[in-house]
Ligand binder design. Structure first.
Ligand code: SAH
Length: 239
């Protein structure tokens, strides 16, 4: 079963929102498993310290390599097929591609940073994969961990049914999703585009595709440029 283990100094933040809605039902239904490890339980002094002042000076505190290593070794005793992730603004920005990979695996061991971050040596020694939620700074890795797990869990078999098949969602084929409409037919003078009520499924699909392409080109030129063309650019020249 897909299993997330989160290492944190705030285990009471979990499962939090993941205990509600579809993820929560799936958790209760045994479609995935979750456990939180309190990093403080692995401290060695009587103050249960997890952080210390930065070598070289500067503001803030740094999470201690020895304490984190003990927590990781406890949470992920070998052999554990799950990747060990460290939430970090320095990490590779998470993409739907990586989420699909993670959801297809055995789960994840997820370390949440706090303070200024973690001692570099534990990242090396435990081969942590640094992943980021985006180019902004959170006060801790916990909210990022919740986001990462949520994105994985909704893809697990049986959690969302047809909706999350992924085939039509944003990023599924390198495009943002087309716009949605529902009743009423007229909202503040704005009608639903005629084509969507035409019943012509071929034209609807073509319209949605064109909208998705237009949105991607204008909003995310980076995605548009990186997109693998679905057909050879010059017919006859391929393969
Ligand atoms: N001093 C660090 C920021 C520390 S923020 C720096 O300048 O890079 C404290 C913790 O919050 C980090 O260790 C990390 O676990 C988490 N965090 C902050 N921003 C994040 C982001 N964009 N993605 C994932 N985790 C983040």
């Amino acid at each position: 079963m897909w299993r997330a283990t989160v290492l944190t100094i705030f285990p009471e933040m979990f499962p939090g929102p993941l205990g509600l809605s579809l993820a929560g039902k799936a958790l209760q239904g045994g479609l995935w498993a979750f456990d939180a490890v309190d990093i403080r339980d692995h401290a060695t002094d009587r103050h249960r310290s997890v952080d210390d002042t930065p070598a070289g000076g500067g503001p803030g505190m740094v999470m201690k390599a020895d304490v984190l290593a003990r927590a990781i070794d406890f949470a992920s005793a070998e052999p554990d097929a799950r990747p060990r992730l460290l939430l970090s603004p320095r990490g590779a920005p998470l993409t739907q591609r990586r989420i699909v990979e993670l959801a297809g695996g055995a789960g994840a061991v997820i370390l949440c940073g706090r303070f200024e971050g973690v001692d570099e040596r534990v990242i090396e020694a435990r081969r942590l994969e640094e992943v980021s939620l985006g180019d902004f700074v959170l006060s801790g890795g916990e909210i990022a961990a919740l986001a990462l797990i949520d994105a994985c869990v909704r893809l697990l078999p049986g959690v969302m049914g047809k909706q999350a098949s992924g085939a039509e969602e944003s990023f599924a084929d390198g495009l943002l999703e087309y716009p949605h409409y529902t009743r009423p037919q007229l909202f503040e003078g704005r009608p639903i585009p005629d084509i969507l009520t035409s019943g012509d499924h071929g034209r609807i699909a073509a319209w949605r595709r064109a909208q998705a392409e237009r949105l991607t080109q204008t909003r995310r030129p980076d995605l548009w440029a990186a997109r693998r063309a679905p057909f050879p650019a010059k017919p006859g020249k391929s393969k």
